[in-house]
Structures are given as C-alpha cells and as structure tokens.
Design a protein around this ligand. Structure first.
Ligand SMILES: [Zn+2]
Length: 152
C-alpha cells in the first residue's frame, strides 16, 4: 500500500504587520478573506476561508468596543478643535453643536465593523493562533496529529 504522507506540517502565519493591515481593510487577519459581514452590523461567526472563529473567547468584543470609543472620541475632538480654530472668534455655537452631534452619532455606527475586524487583528497579534484554530496553511496544525502513520 502506498501512502502519500506529507512532510512535516508547514504553515505560514501572517506577520503582525500583515494582520494589522488586513484589519484596516476589513479582511480576515489570518488569511485575508474579505467576506466577513452579511450586513453592516452582522459579522459572520467564522472566516469562510480559514475558519477562524472571530469571537476567540468570551468578552472578546469588549476590545472592539474600546477601539470604537477611542476612535469616535478622537474624531469628535478633532472636529471640535478644527471647528473652533476655523471659526474663531465668532463661534456659531448652534451649528458646532449640531455638527458635533452628527459626528458623535455617525462615527461609532460607521466605524463599528472596522473596529471588530481591527480588534481581531490586534488580538491575533497579542495572542497568536493556537494549533488547529484555523485551517492550514494559515495557522499551526492541530495538536493531535496521527502519529501512527509515520514512515519508519
Ligand atoms: Zn480567514
């Protein structure tokens, strides 16, 4: 009987730079697949290509919430600073409040899907992919290999 045994399992886990770059453009940090959302707010549970489970542990999305909060307040702060500088000394307070309200409401909604993918990218950088967490060749093989089929 001829066995077509593969050599030592090989995989290529993406670099941290690649993972973070993929997060910026809403791609899976592990494999680069792009179809991660069914609708704007509805993310798939697992990557359709590499099978990475995006909610890697309970409470995973609190990091995405944190990123979204930081980015939203950052954009709001920049909006306030630019508006005040551009209109000083005659501040149109009513218009500035209206603009800031629009930014404060729209920015978290707009940034929501990006924050989830970016947080997953950051998380995979801090906590590398575990054996068997994704299909090969995007991550390490499962820990339980078939030891009995090795060639003598
Ligand atoms: Zn993937």
């Amino acid at each position: 009987m001829q066995q077509t045994e593969t050599a030592a399992p090989s995989f290529h886990e993406a670099s941290k730079t690649t993972k973070l770059s993929r997060g910026v453009i809403r791609q899976c940090p592990a494999c680069g697949s792009g179809k991660l959302f069914r609708r704007w707010f509805v993310m798939v549970d697992r990557c359709p290509q590499c099978d990475l489970k995006f909610e890697r542990e309970p409470g995973h999305w609190s990091g995405a919430l944190g990123i979204n909060t930081i980015m939203s307040f950052g954009v709001l702060l920049i909006t306030i600073i630019v508006s005040v500088i551009a209109t000083y000394p005659d501040l149109p307070v009513g218009r500035l409040v209206a603009i800031c309200l629009v930014v404060a409401i729209c920015m978290p909604v707009f940034y929501y899907p990006l924050s989830k993918v970016q947080w997953t990218a950051i998380d995979t950088c801090m906590n590398p992919l575990r054996p068997g967490e994704v299909k090969q060749p995007w991550g390490p093989p499962p820990a339980h290999d078939d030891q009995g089929s090795k060639a003598p």
